[in-house]
Design a protein around this ligand. Structure first.
Ligand code: MN
Ligand code: MN
Length: 468
């Protein structure tokens, strides 16, 4: 028997769109066909999707959603609800270096993984998984990689910059181990020599306000680090994923490496697509601090290069780099006169991914709807080993978003559900609105109302990652 029949919507895949019905059984898509009306009489529920786009749920592979604590018991759950409202049905979180983990987790990937799994168990509204952040302060993280892959976590991120960065030789080793074991190393590409020198010089001059965060992290520093990571991947014959690519220079390196046979994928983020470095011109330090993100916001020229890269295939996916900072807490550091290099990095975005990419990409004619589905669902699912996710086809999980393309909305923090107290997109008008969201065939958002339950979201163990 059909549990749910979604009728008459425009079903979108990475390769085409057509008006079709979707039959769901046991949480999975059973059939997609132009007219499954014959199943309606015996279906448990029929959803009318006429006039709506039926999309695979977005797969956000880059978030820093924070685990619950005694002081903030709802923050992981609340951000997972925000994901659902935004049309994201699976998200990957990082276990963050230096943010509330135990001393054991600071030294060991496996200890951190076990802690994170326990802390997030039965706490999510949508499906989720984890990528591990490899810190240079750990005892021997590279040696632990085979074991963590065996625990269903074949992706991890290494940082070339920051005080917890991983030394180049260990990044290269990590790539080799991941490549041999069916894993995928993600790399935060910024050059520590160029950046640390610029930061020290700025502080020496007394240029401590948050706008200097941006001036000390050049596109050259990102580009040269990206080129180095890609050269490592080529030499290691391993796949590599470049996170949060922000600028034309780094994108050029990705294009050239791919042409040379490097198995690279690269992501960019909504903030680089919708905001530019003019945000750093605001005279108010506390306002500028909202945009302290690494890499920083870039020029309008870089932004156009990113949109072109998404359309052409030079860029592979969009993920949020969601950091649930709050103006009233983390970003108040700037107002207290704390120097820019010690202000918390990142901005919220888990709920606005689809809004930004649809509203500024598809609705503005920069991307086709099929390309958007590839960028937000199909490619991230495939590359990160989420084999049951990312497409509307028989056998996959019935993770569906019903989006009204004719709706217009104004993004406002007051209307969002994430744990942050602001959005970088306050007042932005976008076309398109998420109406309903299904996770494994069950409604989580219905007609704009949350109808899910805490703990329904399941941890997705992955066998491997890095598929082409
Ligand atoms: Mn990063
Ligand atoms: Mn990040």
């Amino acid at each position: 028997m059909t549990d749910l029949l979604v009728r008459g919507g425009t079903v979108v895949t990475a390769t085409g769109s057509s008006v079709a019905d979707v039959a769901i059984e046991g949480g999975r898509i059973r059939e997609v066909a132009p007219d499954l009306g014959g199943l309606a009489a015996n279906a448990h529920e029929v959803v009318d999707a006429s006039g709506l786009l039926v999309l695979p749920g977005a797969v956000d592979v880059h978030t820093h959603t924070r685990v619950a604590t005694d002081a903030e018991p709802d923050r992981f759950f609340q951000d997972s609800v925000a994901a659902a409202f935004g049309g994201t049905t699976t998200f990957l979180a990082f276990n963050n270096p230096g943010t509330g983990s135990s001393p054991a987790a600071e030294r060991s990937l496996m200890a951190g993984l076990k802690e994170w799994r326990a802390a997030t168990s039965q706490d999510s509204a949508v499906d989720y998984a984890v990528s591990l952040a490899i810190s240079g302060r750990m005892d021997d993280p590279v040696a632990e990689l085979p074991a963590v892959i065996g625990e269903g976590v074949p992706t991890a991120k290494a940082f070339m910059v920051f005080d917890f960065r991983l030394a180049d030789e260990r990044i290269y080793q990590a790539m080799r181990v991941m490549g041999e074991r069916g894993g995928l190393l993600e790399v935060h590409c910024e050059d520590p020599v160029l950046i640390d020198t610029a930061v020290a010089a700025a502080l020496q001059r007394g240029d401590t306000s948050p706008r200097y965060h941006a001036t000390t992290r050049s596109t050259t520093a990102e580009g040269v680090a990206t080129a180095r990571a890609l050269a490592f991947a080529q030499q290691a014959d391993a796949p590599v994923h470049v996170v949060h690519l922000s600028a034309a220079d780094a994108l050029r390196h990705v294009r050239e490496a791919r042409a040379a046979g490097v198995r690279v994928t690269a992501e960019t983020c909504p903030h680089y697509l919708a905001l530019t470095d003019e945000r750093y011109d605001d005279p108010d330090d506390a306002t500028v601090a909202r945009y302290v993100i690494s890499p920083p916001l870039r020029s309008a020229v870089d932004q156009e290069a990113l949109w072109a890269g998404l359309a052409s295939g030079d860029l592979d996916l969009v993920a949020t780099d969601h950091v649930p900072d709050r103006v009233a807490v983390e970003k108040a550091e700037a107002a207290r006169g704390i120097p820019f290099d010690r202000i918390s990095n990142g901005a919220p975005g888990i709920e606005t991914l689809l809004s930004i990419v649809y509203g500024f990409g598809v609705a503005k004619g920069r991307l086709t709807i099929e390309r958007m589905v590839d960028l937000l669902s199909t490619t991230p699912a495939r590359r990160f080993g989420l084999t049951s996710k990312g497409a509307i086809e028989a056998g996959r999980d019935a993770d569906l978003v019903l989006l009204d393309p004719a709706a217009r909305r104004t993004l406002r923090a007051a209307d969002l559900h994430h744990t942050s107290d602001y959005t970088p997109y306050e007042g932005f008008e976008v076309e398109g609105a998420v109406r309903s969201v299904l996770v494994r065939g069950r409604p989580v958002v219905h007609d704009g109302v949350y109808v899910g339950s805490r703990g329904y979201g399941t941890f997705v163990a992955r066998r491997n990652a890095g598929s082409e």
